[in-house]
Design a protein around this ligand. Structure first.
Ligand SMILES: Cc1cc2nc3c(=O)[nH]c(=O)nc-3n(C[C@H](O)[C@H](O)[C@H](O)COP(=O)(O)O)c2cc1C
Length: 210
């Protein structure tokens, strides 16, 4: 049975366009994988705790010497890592916030990026991602337009996500852009229309390649 993991991160709740288009992606995936099980994790409504000294110290402390607080941190992060390993397809809804990803999504990345579990360094000291064989669909909503040459360098969302996901072994990443969402009704209608079309096209492309 196909396992889907859906992470949403927009702080705008029901007004979110990334959530709207991600819902279309999930519909298309459910259609292509009848009976698929979906785990939804709303990182904005139920945010994870920012990393602190207990967590960073726990990473450097052998299990048997960890304090109760350190054990709690590692258990939480381990559960998130297990959930990610179990997923065949990961859908990430992301809102551009101050040119980058929401801090809630960054905190999830901070929890699941762990040397020895989700990446390691090989004998030549090169990093090797361990989360292999997954397909990832990112739905990225942003107020401005970043598909043009002049503004593209200021989109730090897509390059960062591609880099960190690839570093962890997730190379098969498709990005659906929903852009210009603060530029008025017409721009929003256009962005949503394009986003809906892309949702179906991206899933169809994935299924053909599988
Ligand atoms: C606090 C805040 C910061 C934002 N920063 C940016 C930004 O740097 N660049 C941009 O193009 N849009 C920015 N926006 C607009 C959002 O990217 C836009 O509303 C987008 O649709 C958010 O995704 P969502 O619809 O899934 O919530 C910002 C919005 C908020 C609320």
């Amino acid at each position: 049975m196909t396992q889907l993991l859906y992470l949403s991160s927009s702080p705008r709740g029901s007004a979110s366009y990334s959530n709207k288009i991600a819902a279309r992606v999930l519909d298309a995936l459910r259609e292509a994988h009848p009976g698929a099980s979906v785990i939804e994790r709303d990182l904005s409504r139920e945010p994870l705790q920012h990393l602190n000294e207990d967590f960073t110290a726990a990473l450097a402390t052998p299990e048997e010497h960890r304090s109760p607080a350190q054990k709690m941190w590692i258990a939480k992060a381990d559960a998130l890592i297990d959930e990610l390993f179990a997923a065949d397809i990961v859908v990430i809804g992301v809102a551009m916030i101050n040119f980058s990803i929401p801090s809630t999504l960054k905190t999830w990345i901070d929890h699941i990026s762990r040397a020895g579990r989700t990446f390691r360094y090989n004998s030549e000291g090169k990093p090797q991602g361990l989360l292999n064989g997954k397909r990832v669909i990112v739905v990225h909503a942003k107020g401005g337009v970043y598909s043009e040459e002049q503004s593209r360098p200021f989109d730090f969302v897509t390059p960062y996500l591609r880099h960190v996901l690839g570093f962890l072994g997730m190379q098969d990443v498709q990005v659906i852009d929903v852009e210009g969402t603060v530029l008025g009704e017409e721009a929003v209608a256009k962005a949503l229309h394009r986003g809906n079309e892309c949702a179906h096209a991206v899933v169809a492309q994935f299924e053909n390649a599988a």
